[in-house]
Design a protein around this ligand. Structure first.
Ligand code: GLN
Length: 507
C-alpha cells in the first residue's frame, strides 16, 4: 500500500493569498476544489499526486500574521506581548501539523530562498518542529543551485555551500540536498558538496534540468532518493508502480504528429500565467499521441483583424483563456470571430467564454455595442454582467465565485457527449455571468446554452452547432487535468484540432 501524503506550501510574501496578485508577477492563481486561491505550485502537487488539495495546503506569511493579529484583537493572548517567537511560529507549526494524524507523511515546501527576511519565521518554526518531533520524524531537504559558468567552463559549488551554511545558521542541518544544475555533475563535485555542507555523499542528489517536468521523479529515483528519505524517517521503502508514468513519458518523447494551438491572451509574456492550461495540453496531447505546440498571441499587441488572421491562419485550434479587464479584449473578439467563421476548433475558458458570447451577439445577432459590463459599464447590450443576486460579491480579493460547483449538461449537446456525463463539477474563479435576458436571442441564432447550474440560473457552458468544436465554459477545466486523467474537453479539442489539420492538408 502507498503511504498517505499531504503536501502543502508556505509562501513568504505578505499578501494573504495570491488571489489579488498580478499574473505577470506571480503566474497563475491555482484554485482548489474548496475555492482557495493558491500558488501555482499547488497545481503541480495535484497533477503529480493525482489528488485534490484544499485550503489547508497553502499559507502565506500574510495569512499567518493575519490570523495571529485577529486573535490578538479578540483578546486570545490574554494580555501577553505577541511576538514572532512563539506566537507566529506556533501558528505556523499548527498549520503544518493540522490533520497530521490522518497522514503518514506531510511534505511542506517553503518558498523563496534561505536567508530571505520574509521566510525566516517559517524556517524558525521548522527548526523548532525538528526538535519537538525528533530526528527520525522530521527531515529537511534543501534545494540548491549549482550553476555552470560558461566562461570558466565549470560547475560552481559555492552557492550550494553558502545556502547550507545559511540554513545551519538558522539551526537547521539539511539531511538531503537537491542540487539543481544544467549539466550532470561528477563524483568529485558530489564529494566536495558533501564535505562543505555536512551532508552524507549519497544524500547529495543531482537535480539535473530535464526537458519535461514529468521526468523529474525518474531522475530522483535513479539516485535512490525514495530510499534515502525512507531510511531517514525510519520507514519501510515500499515499491512504486510507475508503469503508467513511464508510458506517459515515452509518449511525450515519441509523438506521432504535431498540432499548433494558439492561446490568445494578455499575459502571454509570462507563460506561467497559463500554467495549468499548458500542462492540460501536454496531457491531452499524449492521450492523442500528438505534440501540441503552443503559439502565443498577445491580443494587446496583435489587435487588428488582419494581423490576428495572419497568425491564426497557421494554427489548427484556438483557445482564449481566462483573464481580467478590457485590455486585449478586442483582439480576442477578432480571434473568436475568425475561429467561428472559418470553422477552426475554438475553446473559450471563463473570460474566453465571455468573448465568444460578445462576438456572437455583435456579429451574428447584430446587437450593436454588445459587451460585458467588465469592459463597458454603459454597454447597450450587456450580454455578460454581474447578476443582481451576486452584487454582494463585488469587492476585490477572495470575493469571487470560487471553487467547485455542479453543472447540468443538456441532452443531445456536444459537451455532454464529450464528458459522457450529465452532471459535472468544475472549478470557478469569476465575477461576471452570462446575462439570462439574452439567452433566447442567442439560442435562436444557433448559439446554445448547454450547461447551467442545477437551478438553471447560471450559464456554465455554451456551444455552436454546425461547427467542429466551438465551446465556451464559465469554469476552469484545466485545473483538473493530470497525466493519467487528461481532461476530456482538452482531449477532444486536441483531437478536433488535429482533424482540422488533416482536413486542411487534403485541400
Ligand atoms: N474577468 C472575468 C470575471 O471576473 C473572467 C474571470 C476569469 O477568466 N477567470 O468574471
Amino acid at each position: 500500500m502507498n503511504y498517505s501524503v499531504r503536501i502543502q506550501k508556505l509562501d513568504p510574501y505578505l499578501n494573504v493569498d495570491p488571489g489579488t496578485m498580478s499574473p505577470y508577477q506571480h503566474g497563475e492563481v491555482f484554485v482548489t476544489e474548496d475555492g482557495a486561491e493558491t500558488d501555482l505550485d499547488l497545481g503541480h502537487y495535484e497533477r503529480f499526486s493525482e489528488s485534490f488539495l484544499d485550503k489547508s495546503a497553502n499559507a502565506t506569511s500574510g495569512k499567518i500574521y493575519y490570523s495571529v493579529i485577529n486573535k490578538e484583537r479578540e483578546g486570545d493572548y490574554l494580555g501577553k506581548t505577541v511576538q514572532v517567537i512563539p506566537h507566529i511560529t506556533d501558528e505556523i507549526k499548527k498549520f503544518i501539523t493540522t490533520n497530521d494524524e490522518d497522514n503518514d507523511i506531510v511534505i511542506t515546501e517553503v518558498g523563496g530562498t534561505v536567508g530571505d527576511i520574509e521566510s525566516y519565521q517559517f524556517l524558525e518554526a521548522i527548526r523548532q518542529l525538528t526538535l519537538e518531533l525528533g530526528k527520525n520524524n522530521c527531515l529537511s531537504i534543501l534545494l540548491t543551485y549549482v550553476p555552470f559558468i560558461i566562461s570558466a567552463g565549470e560547475l560552481k559549488t559555492k552557492p550550494t555551500q553558502h545556502a547550507a551554511i545559511k540554513l545551519r545558521e538558522i539551526g537547521i542541518q539539511p539531511d538531503i540536498l537537491l542540487c539543481r544544475s544544467e549539466k550532470a555533475f561528477d563524483e568529485g563535485i558530489r564529494e566536495k558538496i558533501a564535505l562543505f555542507t555536512n551532508v552524507p555523499k549519497n544524500s547529495v542528489i543531482n537535480a539535473i534540468d530535464v526537458d519535461s517536468i514529468y521526468k523529474v521523479p525518474f531522475s530522483f529515483i535513479k539516485q535512490n532518493l525514495q530510499n534515502i528519505i525512507c531510511n531517514n524517517l525510519n520507514m519501510e521503502d515500499r515499491p512504486m508502480d510507475l508503469t503508467t508514468w513511464q508510458k506517459f513519458i515515452d509518449f511525450i518523447d515519441n509523438p506521432e504528429d504535431r498540432i499548433k494551438v494558439a492561446i490568445c491572451g494578455k499575459y502571454v509574456v509570462h507563460q506561467d500565467a497559463y500554467k495549468s492550461i499548458v500542462e492540460a495540453f501536454v496531457h491531452a496531447g499524449v492521450k492523442n499521441r500528438l505534440k501540441v505546440e503552443i503559439v502565443w498571441v498577445d491580443t494587446e499587441k496583435i489587435n487588428t483583424q488582419i494581423k490576428i488572421e495572419e497568425i491564426l491562419s497557421k494554427v489548427n485550434g484556438i483557445l482564449i483563456p481566462g483573464g481580467f479587464d478590457y485590455r486585449g479584449a478586442q483582439g480576442k473578439i477578432f480571434s473568436a470571430r475568425y475561429a467561428r467563421e472559418n470553422k477552426i476548433p475554438f475553446f473559450g475558458i471563463c473570460l474566453g467564454m465571455h468573448i465568444a458570447v460578445i462576438e456572437f451577439a455583435q456579429n451574428v445577432c447584430n446587437l450593436d455595442g454588445a459587451s460585458s459590463t467588465e469592459f463597458d459599464k454603459q454597454s447597450r447590450h450587456p450580454v455578460i454582467h454581474i447578476m443582481k443576486e451576486q452584487e454582494y460579491i463585488q469587492k476585490y480579493g477572495a470575493t469571487m465565485r470560487l471553487g467547485s460547483y455542479p453543472c447540468l449538461l443538456s441532452e443531445g449537446s456536444f459537451i455532454k457527449d464529450i464528458y459522457q456525463n450529465h452532471l459535472i463539477k468544475e472549478r470557478h474563479r469569476h465575477r461576471y455571468e452570462f446575462n439570462n435576458s439574452y439567452r433566447n436571442i442567442l439560442q435562436k441564432k444557433g448559439f446554445f446554452v448547454c450547461g447551467t447550474s442545477p437551478d438553471d440560473m447560471l450559464v456554465e457552458t455554451v456551444e455552436l452547432t454546425c461547427h467542429p468544436f466551438f465551446i465556451g465554459v464559465q469554469y476552469h477545466p484545466e485545473f483538473k487535468s493530470n497525466p493519467t486523467n487528461p481532461h476530456p474537453l482538452f482531449t477532444k479539442f486536441v483531437e478536433c484540432s488535429y482533424n482540422n489539420k488533416i482536413k486542411n492538408m487534403k485541400k
